[in-house]
Design a protein around this ligand. Structure first.
Ligand code: PEP
Ligand code: MG
Length: 291
């Protein structure tokens, strides 16, 4: 089995009918890049940047972030790297953020909601990202989106940050902007969101939690949790259709992307990209080549 998988290295990730599926990796930091390269992934589909914030006892500076992003982009040597802006809050609490105590943190102050109300943190991260964009092929994506209004505001801030960096004569690359589809709201209005972005990445971990109203961390509810629930699959299908209707591409970066029982279905739905833990890359490539 291992030898069979090794054979998948260097092979194209292509279906029997010739459609190429972009097969990317999820990472939590620089230390995971070795595994990405070792398993011959074609890029990074989700860099959970919050791990940079979790690893220290004060806000990581622009310089610290810039170095981290630059290292990942350089090591990927021109392959696509999608960095998600920090998703703090809910299950990822950090003392120095001084977040308010909440009864329902998963439904609370997290991710883009923090970024859009504490803009200093957001702008620092965006500056680091755009500076790093000169060193590879960077895409940025934003978590926990529920509305067009949020995207509009994000893009205003992004434009201001880019203008500032241009005035400082900092080199920058072309950067694709996308959003995570991980709330039912975003999936349902994906037709309204798609015209504003380059791509969608479906976060099935949160999308499942919010669609089924089942806490993703509460194992005592496992008997009620059905990862293949028709509601989740329909939201994924709708999201892919709407992305394509408005010229965006669509991937999956949640755990469901590595569920090989669903690979054929996702391909049928028109999925463009699957981003999974590095360890699943070769097995998934093999599976895709059989579809
Ligand atoms: C998701 O929600 O599916 C996702 C990829 O993001 P995270 O698991 O980091 O919340
Ligand atoms: Mg999520």
């Amino acid at each position: 089995q291992r030898a069979l998988l090794q054979e998948m290295k260097g092979k194209e990730t292509v279906t029997l009918s010739g459609k190429h599926i972009h097969l990317y990796s999820n990472i939590g930091g620089i230390q995971d890049v070795d595994a990405v390269l070792e398993n011959d992934a074609e890029g990074i589909g989700l860099f959970r940047s919050e791990f940079l914030y979790l690893g220290c006892d004060d806000y990581p500076s622009e310089e610290v972030q810039f170095e981290a992003y630059k290292t990942v982009l350089s090591r990927m040597n021109g392959k696509k790297v999608i960095i998600r802006t920090m998703d703090i809050g809910a299950d990822k609490q950090i003392d120095y953020f001084n977040l308010p105590k909440e009864d329902n943190p998963a439904l609370g102050y997290r991710a883009i909601r923090i970024c859009l109300t504490r803009e200093d943190i957001f702008r620092t991260q965006l500056r680091a990202l755009y500076r790093a964009s000169a060193y590879g092929t960077l895409s940025i994506m934003f978590p926990m989106i529920i509305s067009v209004k949020e995207i509009t505001r994000i893009k205003e801030i992004v434009e201001e940050v880019k203008l500032e960096l241009a005035r400082e004569e900092q080199p920058m690359g072309e950067v694709e902007l996308g959003i995570m589809i991980e709330t039912p709201a975003a999936a349902v209005i994906s037709d309204l969101l798609a015209p504003h972005v380059d791509f969608f990445s479906i976060g099935t971990n949160d999308l499942s939690q919010y669609t089924l109203a089942i806490d993703r961390q509460n194992q005592s509810l496992d008997s009620f949790f059905d990862p293949h629930h028709e509601a989740i699959l329909r939201l994924i299908q709708l999201t892919i259709e709407n992305a394509h209707k408005y010229g965006a591409w669509c991937g999956i970066c949640g755990e469901l992307g590595a569920d090989m029982e669903l690979t054929a279905k996702f391909i049928q739905m028109g999925i463009d990209e699957l981003s999974v833990s590095p360890g699943y890359t070769l097995e998934l490539r093999k599976r895709i080549r059989e579809c």
